[in-house]
Structures are given as structure tokens and as C-alpha cells.
Design a protein around this ligand. Structure first.
Ligand code: UDP
Length: 499
């Protein structure tokens, strides 16, 4: 039993996808900065890709380390070295990925058994439903990490209770019941766990995840209390009080190299410097940054509409190129002469972009985002207004939060969602005109609404920064979580859940 804070050992186990690993690595630093030891357990390829930031944090004196577990890719029918969701050659393999996650239980148990100092708490992605058994075995609390915000959770809860979406015909609008405002969706815009009919057979895994979650000791959320107000309160009530709001986690990256290497340890200081020079060449708040996350894979026509919308907006821009069929997209770029035409005004980043670094540059004036929760919160933290273009999962909920609740975004008008990996259909698209109009609406310097939006976004950015500073709400939430684990560790009586 640890009797001092320094003796606590927090075990963090992230799920293999950038949107899950990155916030957990950020969280590791936030915890370690408050004086506890943190052990992150991940697979070899992910350690290489995401580990530089941890190594630097350790070298700076934080008590933080990264341990590796072998990922059973080939046993699960995945290509060798495929250890992150965004590496999957096809999303038809995602059941194989979940099989590999199941197989990690034993080797991770072994690592945990051999740990010194012994573990005090496991913070584990909810996609590891076996974490509950791990917590029980070592008689320590397991706290689940849920990548979603409270607004989404409350909407999802109200829909699950009332089943309004199930009784509404396909394509028809419905309102989420029992909320202070009117939020309208159609069924295709709901995440798979509310709309399982159209998705692949993930039912069994979803049930296991749900069951695991109900046994977790508590939940950590990448959000901050001031941002979500009554939704944060409602979520806390739903979870019986044991919720810690510890975000925005990306703000744990304070220097440019950490920001540049977040998600790609191979980025060099020279590459970072070149990008900074390009950004420095623009006046403040003039550049639009467009990136649709780590998992969205566009087909040619969809990419083309986005690219042409950006071009026709006449604002300087950065566009991150990620394609389902990269050759096809590259073929369009060169046949159309797009890259040539935008030279000097537009920058294409192929593959991984150092998003947090870019967003924090003063020349960025708006963020065109797919509304993944990490990206959305990163945009909020950077004090930026947003152009929203959700694709799948809970991204349409995040769009509503930004556009309707916070008032800092303009929707590009996506009407229908898809399931991850599903082919684009014409009705899912957003036209170049819609993209262009949404950008111009947000970037307009002479428009009262645009200025109001920009002002609100800056205020939120300031609030986000304060939340993670010493004495801020998220800083205090991290302290409270540590105190809770300390109390449990000292106490003879163990918690009833999660052990
Ligand atoms: N990201 C990045 N560069 C990229 C693509 C994504 O740094 O080229 C990061 C982004 O900053 C965010 C995460 O990857 O932290 C993506 O998570 P999010 O929840 O926004 O979306 P997902 O990729 O899971 O759909």
C-alpha cells in the first residue's frame, strides 16, 4: 500500500488508434506532473510512433515510462506491424483488430504482475473490456477512459432511454428528448452503438464493452467542466459521481517539438522549422487548416469537392491529404493541376500532420474539422472558430456542440453519416460550394456573426488554458483523482467496484 503520492503507480493502457493513444499519452504527462509515477503500456510499433514525447518527459525528470507488449497482429489475421487502427489496410479487418485486443489480456496481465512499484490504479480505454478482470485480480480500481464528451453521452443516454430514433423512419429528422435545446438528427448521423443495424457485426464486442464500463470504478473524460456546464453535471449524475474531467489533454504539450512529434516521433526539428516558416509568412488569423482526422478515408470525388471548396474560398489554407485510395487522389491532384494552381497559397500535407502545432500558430484563422472529439477540443483549445464536416461515429453530436451549444462553428452541411469504412454515397457528400460558403462565413472579418463567433472561440480557448493551469478545474480534477487513488491505496477496505 502506497503511503505517499510518489509511491503511486498509475497504469495507462491506450487503445491502438491515434484518437485514443494521443490523449492517453497527454494524460500520462498531466498525471506525472502532479507527482505520481505513470506506466504506459503499449505495443512496439505504437511505442516507436508515439514514444518520443514520453522519452522527453522522462528525460525532463518526470516519473513516467513506456512498457511494450507484443501485439498479436499475425495471430489475429492482420498484416505484420499493423498495430494501430489507422494502419488497417481495410476496415473490413476491424473485427480482427478487436480479436488482437482480446489476446492482449494475458501478456498485459503478466506485465502488470511483474511491475515495481506495484500498480495503484489502471486507467484503461473502455475498448479493453477485460480491464475489469485486471482490476479485480490486482485489487486496484480501474478507471475507464472514454474518448467522448459529456454532451454526446447525455444525448446518447436520452436516446437509449426513449428510443425515439428507433421509431423514426430512416432519413427522417427527430429531436433528442429532454434537453434544454432542440437538437435535430437523422438516424444515419448516430454513432454505431445507437444505430447498430447498418454497421458490421460488432454487437458482441459492444455488449462486452458496455458490461465492462458499468463495472469501472469511475471515468476520466477529456473535457473541462466549464465547457460543458449542465451536460457535465448530468453526465456526472449518470455515472454516480465518479467522473474526472481532465482536459483538454492536448494542452499538456507545451513546446514545439512535443507538438510536432505528437503522433509521429519521426518528425525532425528541420521539418518543424520549415512548416513554421510557411505559417510565419502569413498574417495573423488568415489561414484555414483542414484535416479530417486519422481514420477518415476519402474517395476521389469527396476529396475533390473539399479541395476545390478550399481553393474557391480564396483564403490561404493547409489541407491534409488522406485518401482511401491514395493513388486515385494523387492522380486527380496532378490531372487537375490543383497543386500547381494553389502554389504559394495552399499547402498540402500528405499523411500525418502535426495538428496541435499547426493549430497553435497565430496565422491560423479557422479549423475545418471532421469533428472527432480530440480534434474538436484541440480547435477549442486553440481559440479557433470551426467549419464542421462530420463523417461518422459520434461526430455529428460534436458538430451540434460546436455549432449550437458553443456557437463557435458553422456547419458545411453534411446531412448523412456513414459507418466507418463504408463507401461514400452521393447523398453523403458536401459540395465545393457548401465548403466554400462555410469557410467564407467563418473567415469574414466584416461580419457581425463571424466576429462574435471568433470572440467566443477566443474566450473558450482562454478558459481551456486556465482549466489545465495549476489551480484550474482540470488540474484540480487530476489532483482529486490522485487523492482518491491514494485514499483507496491506504484504506484496508477496498472499493466495491473495479476490484
Ligand atoms: N491527428 C494529427 N495529425 C493528423 C491526423 C490526426 O495530429 O494528420 C491527431 C489529432 O490532433 C487528434 C487525433 O489525431 O488528436 C485524431 O483524433 P480525433 O478524435 O479528432 O479523430 P479520429 O481520427 O479518431 O477520427
Amino acid at each position: 500500500m502506497a503511503s505517499k503520492k510518489e509511491e503511486l503507480n498509475f497504469i495507462l493502457i491506450p487503445f491502438g488508434a491515434p484518437g485514443h493513444i494521443l490523449p492517453m499519452i497527454d494524460m500520462a504527462k498531466m498525471l506525472a506532473r502532479q507527482g505520481v509515477m505513470v506506466t504506459v503500456i503499449t505495443t512496439a510499433m505504437n511505442a516507436i510512433r508515439f514514444g518520443a514525447v514520453i522519452d522527453r518527459a522522462a528525460a525532463s525528470g518526470l516519473s513516467i515510462r513506456l512498457l511494450q507488449v507484443q501485439f498479436p497482429a499475425e495471430e489475429a489475421g492482420l498484416p505484420k506491424g499493423c498495430e494501430s487502427f489507422d494502419d488497417l489496410p481495410s476496415y473490413s479487418l476491424f473485427m480482427n483488430f478487436f480479436s488482437a485486443i482480446e489476446m492482449l489480456q494475458k501478456p498485459i496481465e503478466k506485465i502488470v504482475a511483474d511491475l515495481s512499484p506495484s500498480p495503484s490504479c489502471i486507467i484503461c480505454d473502455k475498448h479493453f473490456p477485460w480491464a475489469v478482470e485486471l482490476g479485480r485480480k490486482y485489487r486496484i480500481p480501474w478507471v475507464s477512459f472514454d474518448g467522448m464528451n459529456c454532451f454526446t453521452q447525455v444525448c446518447a443516454h436520452n436516446l437509449s432511454l426513449t428510443k425515439v430514433h428507433e421509431t423514426t423512419p430512416e432519413g427522417e429528422p427527430f429531436v433528442v428528448p429532454n434537453l434544454p435545446d432542440k437538437f435535430v438528427f437523422n438516424k444515419s448521423q448516430l454513432p454505431g452503438f445507437l444505430n447498430p443495424g447498418q454497421s458490421s457485426d460488432l454487437g458482441v464486442i459492444r455488449e462486452r464493452i458496455k458490461a465492462g464500463e458499468t463495472e469501472a470504478y469511475g471515468v476520466v473524460v477529456n473535457s473541462f467542466e466549464e465547457l460543458e456546464g449542465s451536460y457535465a453535471e448530468d453526465f456526472r449524475k449518470l455515472k454516480g459521481g465518479k467522473v474526472w474531467f481532465v482536459g483538454p489533454l492536448s494542452l499538456s504539450n507545451e513546446n514545439n517539438l512535443d507538438k510536432a512529434q505528437r503522433g509521429n516521433s519521426a518528425v525532425t526539428a528541420e521539418e518543424e522549422q520549415r512548416l513554421m516558416e510557411w505559417l510565419d509568412s502569413w498574417q495573423s488569423e488568415t489561414v484555414v487548416y483542414a484535416c479530417l482526422g486519422s481514420l477518415g478515408r476519402f474517395v476521389r470525388s469527396e476529396f475533390m469537392e473539399l479541395a476545390l471548396g478550399l481553393e474557391e474560398s480564396n483564403h490561404p489554407f493547409i489541407l491534409v491529404v488522406k485518401g482511401k485510395n491514395k493513388e486515385d487522389i494523387e492522380a486527380w491532384i496532378s490531372e487537375d493541376g490543383f497543386e500547381e494552381r494553389i502554389k504559394g497559397r495552399g499547402l498540402l500535407i500528405r499523411g500525418w500532420a502535426p495538428q496541435v502545432l499547426i493549430l497553435s500558430h497565430p496565422s491560423i484563422g479557422a479549423f475545418l474539422t471532421h469533428c472527432g472529439w480530440n480534434s474538436t477540443l484541440e480547435g477549442i483549445s486553440a481559440g479557433l472558430p470551426m467549419i464542421t464536416r462530420p463523417l461518422f461515429a459520434e461526430q455529428f453530436f460534436n458538430e451540434k456542440l460546436v455549432v449550437q451549444v458553443l456557437g463557435t462553428g458553422v456547419s458545411a452541411g453534411a446531412k448523412f453519416g456513414r459507418k466507418i469504412g463504408e463507401e461514400e454515397r452521393p447523398e453523403m457528400g458536401v459540395s465545393r460550394l457548401e465548403v466554400q460558403q462555410a469557410i467564407c462565413k467563418v473567415m469574414d472579418k466584416d461580419n457581425v456573426d463571424a466576429n462574435e463567433r471568433r470572440k467566443k472561440a477566443k474566450e473558450l480557448g482562454e478558459m481551456a488554458r486556465k482549466a489545465v493551469e495549476e489551480g484550474g478545474s482540470s488540474y484540480l480534477n487530476v489532483s482529486l483523482l490522485i487523492q482518491e487513488v491514494m485514499r483507496l491505496s491506504r484504506s484496508k477496505k477496498q472499493p466495491e467496484n473495479g476490484i
